[in-house]
Design a protein around this ligand. Structure first.
Ligand SMILES: Nc1ncnc2c1ncn2[C@@H]1O[C@H](COP(=O)(O)OP(=O)(O)OP(=O)(O)O)[C@@H](O)[C@H]1O
Length: 331
């Protein structure tokens, strides 16, 4: 059986909320409770297979970026394990971990903020492979090759990031990520800040690179049209939990979870039968004190008494489609 490139096993992330100095003193002296925790990601298990593009979708604040950062290893977990090609990242030796960390790269929404403005493009792209002894042939040729691969003219390699357009900067970010030869890339809203025509070019570049280098992607986005275009499989998150996952065609044709249905109803061309959900009721509750049971129940038009009491488990509702909703037990 093929092994997943990335596997998450019960991954959670809690952030402790900052307190002011009086709150901190009161907590230290035992006069006040510990500061409340933000449960950004709760018990997520996921397998991503070689060559797959998995779209990660949900409203703002539901934990997508946090999950992406946990996968990329740039944020420590509170609980759970992330396995890269079957190996638990936390149990690797320092040398092995360095190699595994390089294998999983991240591309961010704001290419400008993620590039050092004082570094020339050649160094932005070439520094990590040079430090890690990955440069094949001459350094200048290696950098030129990496830039070319991302669709940039190597003649500009002595320039600084501010001398490039938004789309070109994102290509620099892509060249930097690819230069250390990853097999898995987390794209966190990687095209969200670009014009629509540039978005299409960058999405096509991601697809070309996947085919050329056998890459696997976790594609974090709140744009359903982009996710539909690029993904093989879609994972829907709500308030830190995965509520549904399925092949892209199944998610868009027959969404199971009421939250997925509500999200899709915001796409204009979706089946009118789902118009009952045309806007998701109410605001996303705070992850400081999420609703009991199914987190979605206060906003769900189908909520039953059980939904506020018991957390629904993700279970298979059709081949390859898993959903966490008590309604499925009524069928
Ligand atoms: N460093 C942090 N410290 C405290 N809370 C945090 C931190 N990072 C994220 N959070 C909280 O964790 C929750 C999930 O945030 P996250 O950014 O992962 O969501 P998201 O779905 O990616 O949203 P967006 O699309 O707006 O980026 C939010 O309530 C956020 O405020």
């Amino acid at each position: 059986m093929t092994e997943p490139v990335i596997e998450l096993d019960g991954v959670s992330k809690r952030f402790s909320r900052k307190q002011d100095v009086f709150g901190l003193l009161a907590t230290r002296m035992g006069l006040a409770k510990r500061p409340p925790e933000v449960r950004a990601v709760e018990d997520v298990s996921l397998r991503i297979m070689p060559g797959e593009v998995v779209g990660l979708v949900g409203e703002s604040g539901c934990g997508k970026s946090t999950l992406g950062r946990l996968v990329a290893g740039i944020l420590p977990m509170s609980d759970g394990r992330v396995l890269h090609r079957g190996r638990d990242m936390s149990t690797l030796s320092a040398k092995e971990r360095k190699r595994a960390t390089l294998s999983v790269q991240m591309i961010f929404q704001d290419p400008y903020a993620s590039l050092n403005p004082r570094m020339r493009v050649a160094d932005i792209v070439g520094e990590a492979p040079r430090v890690h002894g990955m440069v094949e042939g001459g350094y200048q040729d290696y950098v030129a090759g990496q830039l070319r691969q991302a669709g940039l003219d190597p003649a500009y390699k002595e320039r600084y990031p501010h001398q490039f357009s938004g789309g070109q900067r994102q290509r620099i970010g892509i060249a930097r990520a690819l230069a250390v030869r990853p097999d898995f890339i987390v794209c966190d809203e990687a095209v969200a800040s670009l014009d629509v025509s540039i978005q299409a070019q960058i999405l096509n570049l991601f697809m070309d690179l996947r085919d050329r280098f056998n890459l696997t992607y976790l594609f974090v986005s709140h744009n359903l049209a982009v996710v539909q275009h690029i993904s093989d499989r879609v994972v829907i998150m709500y308030l830190g939990r995965v509520v549904e996952e399925a092949a892209v065609a199944d998610i868009f044709k027959r969404p199971n979870h009421p939250y997925t249905q509500a999200l899709l109803s915001e796409l204009p061309r979706i089946d009118v039968r789902r118009k009952a959900f045309s806007a998701i009721k109410g605001e996303l509750p705070t992850p400081l004190s999420p609703p009991s049971g199914c987190h979605f129940h206060p906003r769900c038009p189908f909520a039953m008494p059980r939904c506020s009491l018991e957390r629904p488990r993700l279970r298979e509702v059709a081949p390859g489609q898993r959903s966490a909703c008590h309604l499925n037990d009524l069928n």
